[in-house]
Design a protein around this ligand. Structure first.
Ligand SMILES: O=C(O)/C=C(\CC(=O)C(=O)O)C(=O)O
Length: 306
């Protein structure tokens, strides 16, 4: 088994020594989108992966959680681990109940494996339609997965590019469990936040009351920045109006997360402390912040916790 991995060319490692955020997050804030990578020597990356990351271990994730002031994490299976969820579930088990997970599952998964994922803290599966990341599975396979996970009360996380929503929308709306959309459906933020492309996305969110939206990844969506580096506490001003529209229209079904360790960024690596300082620009009131950071993720991932 290969355990010695060479990172993809040009790979940017996560930012060591992030600042402390100036924004005071409410107590119990959940980082509802982050990943663990390996370590490759312990949890090898998948043969079918499209990129090879640096290591980003559970201990490093938990150290970041504590440094930034988060209480909990939702760890999303990244494509570089394929459908081998063991690095992610290892993190969930080590978290003492402070982490939940979103897995990648193939239709052939056994009932025992599904039960084990649930017991570890998995509460959803991710379907990825971003072509640079995966060869998307046939819809029949995805429907089979939905049938298998529905009895557990799980949801489906959808990752896709804005330009593909028109083709995918009917399929998405046919999925009979709650949906969670990654990174606002990846809008082109050089367009008008009140223009037709983002309006199409908002219409999709309006189509069902159980579609949630992560207002995440300004660092991935931003074109004109400025990036969250070198003390910049007003970063990603071009993304903020898009996220604010979603937060204000759907305050009870938005989620936020760091996206640490920020895979596949090519032009900069954000300081995660400065990234947290983006939050009040998209959720300007204490009430919106509490819903976004605590109430909503707790309802979705820890519904039995008071
Ligand atoms: O961190 C993210 O959510 C986005 C990713 C990576 C990813 O989703 C994956 O590997 O599964 C991206 O756009 O490259």
């Amino acid at each position: 088994m290969t355990t010695d991995f060479e990172k993809s060319p040009g790979w940017l490692d996560w930012y060591a020594g992030p600042s402390r955020p100036r924004f005071r997050m409410p107590e119990g804030t959940v980082d509802a989108h982050c990943h663990v990578f390996g370590p490759g020597a312990e949890f090898p990356f998948a043969p079918e992966r499209k990129y090879t990351p640096c290591d980003a271990s559970k201990d490093q994730l938990f150290a970041l959680r504590d440094h930034l002031g988060f209480a909990r994490n939702v760890v999303v299976q990244a494509t570089c681990h394929g459908a081998d969820n063991s690095a992610m579930t290892d993190a969930l088990r080590a978290s003492g109940g402070l982490a939940r997970g979103v897995a990648t599952v193939r239709p052939g998964i056994s009932d025992t494996e599904l039960r084990e994922l649930h017991e570890a803290g998995v509460r959803g599966v991710r379907f990825n339609f971003v072509k640079r990341l995966v060869d998307t599975a046939p819809r029949r396979d995805l429907q089979d997965v939905v049938e298998r996970i529905a009895p557990y009360g799980w949801h489906v996380v959808l990752y896709f590019e804005a330009a593909d929503l028109a083709d995918l929308r009917d399929f998405f709306l046919s999925i009979p469990v709650p949906l969670v959309i990654d990174h606002m459906g990846r809008p082109d933020v050089t367009k008008d936040p009140h223009g037709p492309q983002f309006e199409t996305f908002l219409q999709f969110l309006r189509a069902r009351p159980d579609i949630w939206c992560k207002v995440t990844c300004p660092e991935r969506l931003s074109v004109s920045g400025p990036p969250a580096v070198d003390g910049e506490r007003q970063a990603y001003r071009d993304v903020a109006p898009f996220a604010r529209r979603v937060v204000e229209e759907f305050p009870d079904r938005v989620l936020w997360g760091t996206d640490w360790p920020h895979p596949n960024l090519t032009d900069h690596m954000p300081d995660d402390g400065l990234l947290v300082d983006f939050i009040p620009h998209i959720a300007p009131t204490a009430q919106l912040q509490r819903k976004l950071l605590v109430d909503n993720p707790m309802r979705l991932y820890w519904p039995d916790t008071d």
